[in-house]
Ligand binder design. Structure first.
Ligand SMILES: [Zn+2]
Ligand SMILES: [Zn+2]
Length: 243
């Protein structure tokens, strides 16, 4: 992927095609070709070849450039900053985990939690880091400085120590490696954001099912619920954290 003027493209060739389609770059202008070659870190010959292919109708803009719609409400540049921060976090804990795999990411978290690290079940061993569009946009700087490392720390703890207390000594240790005070919850303004009324996560074998306090208490008192899809009994997985 390549970023050009704040937009993420699938490739540098897509940037060239985009510029050509907008009339900002033509095949007969060596000056423009040189300028964009320098800017994109490729040769003018590569640009020429791409434009030639376009003119010959062999290739048009195959894939549209990424738009905000593709990544939820988190602007693509902010998304890039989050990914960079995750990588920065990985660097800080190299002594614990030398080469961590990048977990999946979701960009559409709702509810009062600022971020979330989901694992197990369909999320697998690596799990998934989930980011909250509204809270990212409202608190961008703090979100990247605090919330992103907070969730990455959960991921590191899971990979290094396995199933330990979520905000226990291991998590605190990782937070200190990031140079942060280990705080469990955020203090963002969540007005206008719906609270998650179903924080209890169950699993049936085919999917994750979330229930509220009432149903959770009934199950804990011995009531059985089964999944309508796979007909298996629900078993308790975890209470989702708020931060
Ligand atoms: Zn099921
Ligand atoms: Zn947490």
């Amino acid at each position: 992927m390549a970023i050009f003027e704040g937009v993420l493209y699938n490739s540098k060739a897509d940037i060239i095609r985009h510029l050509a389609n907008k009339g900002l770059l033509t095949i007969d202008s060596p000056g423009l070709k040189n300028m964009y070659a320098l800017e994109l870190g490729i040769t003018p010959q590569t640009i020429h070849a791409t434009l030639k292919a376009m003119n010959e109708g062999k290739k048009s803009l195959t894939k549209k450039p990424f738009t905000m719609a593709d990544v939820g409400e988190i602007p693509v540049l902010v998304r890039q900053k989050i990914v960079d921060k995750v990588q920065w976090c990985f660097e800080q804990t190299k002594s614990l985990l030398s080469n961590p795999d990048m977990p999946k990411m979701e960009w559409n978290l709702r509810g009062a939690a600022a971020g979330k690290y989901k694992h197990g079940g369909s999320y697998g061993r690596l799990g998934c880091l989930c980011w909250h569009p509204k809270l990212v946009v409202r608190n961008e700087e703090n979100y990247i400085e605090q919330t992103v490392p907070h969730e990455v720390a959960h991921y590191i703890v899971r990979q290094v120590w396995g199933d330990v207390q979520s905000h226990g000594t291991e998590w605190k240790q990782v937070m200190k490696m990031y140079g942060l005070t280990p705080e469990r919850t955020h203090s963002y303004d969540v007005s206008g954001i719906k609270q998650d009324r179903s924080p209890f996560v169950y699993n049936c074998g085919c999917r994750e099912i979330k229930v509220g306090h009432k149903r959770h208490n009934k199950i804990q008192r011995g009531r059985n619920y089964i999944c309508i899809l796979c007909k298996s009994r629900l078993s308790f997985v975890m209470v989702e954290e708020r931060a």
